[in-house]
Design a binder for this molecule. Structure first.
Ligand code: DAH
Length: 347
């Protein structure tokens, strides 16, 4: 029996070394120490021993049992420590690794310029107003003194929704003049930025959708001098004191007299040429047309219920993209709409 006990101990030692899961350990415990385990089985045979042998064997058996229990506990601890180690390694979090870089967007260059222009005009007391892009021909043309048959009303120039040409995508922000005047008593001092639409092929200076900013001031005693003062103030603030501007006489049906304001081309500095080639920004003109303006036509005032004998007003409408191109030195209008991040990141 002594040999058997020693054998069991040896067996337990070698089996333990090869057990590397907690489940395997439990199996071992049952195999040796469980109710039907090998040590237990031996103990049951103690009755066959002589009274002298019994306590000696009893002691040995208990020793073996204690040894095995001790080894099991030790191995269990080892395995648990291992498992914890592995878990910690797998879940390791290195707080010193640099995080993912957050990239922030910014305002589109065109909107930056729009914001500048709004700031300048609100600083001069203008109110910003908004109006519909789907407009009645009545407002877009007729009440602005643009008669039936005028070339700008042509289907080749304007996007119409209806066969009777009464509903359209506004071709200019000028209908906002009528919308404001028919609802407001002078003094009126507003700025109306927004999208406009024309059937134009896209090139370096044209797009079928673009933005205009309309301005309107109506009060007693408003003159062309007020118009020039407001526009020169704007341009010097946007382009700097050194900016070169010119006013040219022009014709618009809804203003009398009318003018256009140009800025000298920032690309060719007015020469119309870059490296011996025709300047692509101004098509060789040397000037970039920025806006149309004039004194509000008496017929337009009257049509909105404002007495032209008492009140006068000036109005202007400028292309926002062109302003942005000059301000940001962009030489192709299409860049403004392409949304190429390499382009936008430069502003
Ligand atoms: N609406 C005109 C255009 O799109 C620009 C314009 C000219 C606006 C004269 C005005 C103005 O307010 O008085 O070409």
């Amino acid at each position: 029996m002594k040999e058997q006990l020693n054998e069991i101990r040896q067996k337990a030692i070698s089996r333990l070394e090869n057990s590397d899961t907690l489940a395997a350990l439990e199996e071992l415990r049952l195999q040796f120490l469980g109710k039907k385990g090998e040590v237990t089985a031996l103990l049951k045979q103690m009755g066959k021993l002589s009274p002298e042998e019994r306590p000696v064997m009893g002691q040995l058996a208990n020793q073996v049992r204690a040894d095995i229990e001790g080894m099991l506990a030790e191995r269990k601890q080892e395995l648990e420590a291992h498992a914890l180690d592995a878990k910690l390694k797998a879940e390791a979090l290195d707080v010193t690794i640099p995080g993912d870089e957050m990239t922030f967007g910014h305002q589109h260059p065109m909107n930056q310029v729009l914001q500048e222009i709004k700031d300048i005009f609100t600083g001069m007391g203008y109110q910003i107003v908004d109006g519909p892009e789907v407009e009645l021909a009545e407002y877009n043309f007729t009440r602005l003194n643009i008669e039936e048959g005028h070339p700008s009303r042509d289907r080749s120039d304007t996007f119409y929704f209806t066969d009777d040409d009464s509903l359209l995508l506004r071709t200019q922000t000028s209908p906002m003049q009528v919308r404001v005047m028919e609802n407001t008593k002078p003094p009126i001092c507003i700025l109306a930025p927004g999208r406009v639409y024309r059937k134009d092929e896209a090139d370096a200076t044209h797009s079928p959708m673009f933005h205009q900013i309309e301005g309107l001031v109506v009060d007693e005693g408003i003159t062309m001098g007020d118009l020039k003062g407001a526009l020169v103030t704007l341009m010097k603030r946007i382009y700097g004191e050194q900016a070169v501007m010119r006013f040219r006489p022009h014709h618009f049906p809804f203003t009398e007299p009318s003018c256009e304001m140009d800025m000298q081309c920032h690309k060719c500095h007015g020469t119309g040429e870059v490296d011996g080639q025709v300047c692509s920004t101004c098509h060789g003109e040397g000037w970039i047309e920025l806006l149309g303006a004039g004194m509000v036509h008496p017929k337009v005032l009257e049509g909105c219920g404002i007495d032209p004998k008492r009140y006068s007003g000036f109005a202007f409408g400028m292309g926002l993209e062109r302003m942005a191109m000059g301000r940001m030195k962009i030489n192709d209008l299409r860049l403004i709409f392409d949304n190429d991040i390499r382009f936008l990141n430069q502003f």
